[in-house]
Design a protein around this ligand. Sequence first.
Ligand code: ADP
Ligand code: ADP
Length: 228
Amino acid sequence: MIQLYNVSKVYENGVKAVSDLSLHIKKGEFAFLVGPSGAGKSTLIKLIFREELPTRGQVMFNGKNILRMKPREVPHLRRKIGMVFQDFRLLPQKTAAENVAFALEITGTSSREIKRLVPAVLEQVGLKDKGDLLPAQMSGGEQQRVGIARAIVNNPLIIIADEPTGNLDPDTSWEIMNLFQDINRRGTTILMVTHASDIVNTMKKRVIALQNGGIVRDEESGVYRREP
Ligand code: ADP
Ligand code: ADP
């Protein structure tokens, strides 16, 4: 699904954020991306989302070279990627249901389909009766459930989550992780940046560890640890 071949990213200021990195993420995988601050995790995500272009190397998404993509093809790529953020990034003036509906409106979904899909996806994330609440009226865990609903409603091939439990307490974090597990079992690939060592160590998923812009460890059923 995602292939990076000898990818490097040097920012305009000369900082080398990613260095000769090769990586393959297959359909259906659940992978954690770990590593200290500054390791290049955010840059790697931006390269996949085509928010940044690599200085060298190739990035393939679902068989397509994203460097060769025409500008009008970029929205199509991004529609296939559901993003989930640490700070939720909900629209504060919109209710839970409206936040999810908005993601469908911008992809041109008919209002009839929106009326059908929004309640279904809110139910899937455990927010059946919370659709009319504004983000400020919800707990952090509930807001993240809205963020996840918004990410999955367009049926993406992959969910990329950037520290999705970073603002949540341990119990709520586990509830959110169970939801991601559930989504992954339904077939959606998941790539998750996290510092939650307990979660990584318990879930025994693939662990890709970055340091100084390169992969220093890539384990099938890995653990969280600081590299020596
Ligand atoms: P971001 O990538 O969003 O900038 P940071 O890398 O700054 O986030 O880290 C977020 C939190 O995780 C901070 O509290 C930081 O101290 C902690 N953290 C960073 N790296 C590690 C690590 N290797 N192990 C444990 N905690 C870490
Ligand atoms: P992480 O997400 O693991 O914390 P980043 O990808 O954010 O790592 O950062 C990797 C390196 O690239 C860091 O040295 C950071 O300061 C630098 N960097 C990130 N974004 C930019 C940017 N837009 N311009 C210049 N340097 C950047």
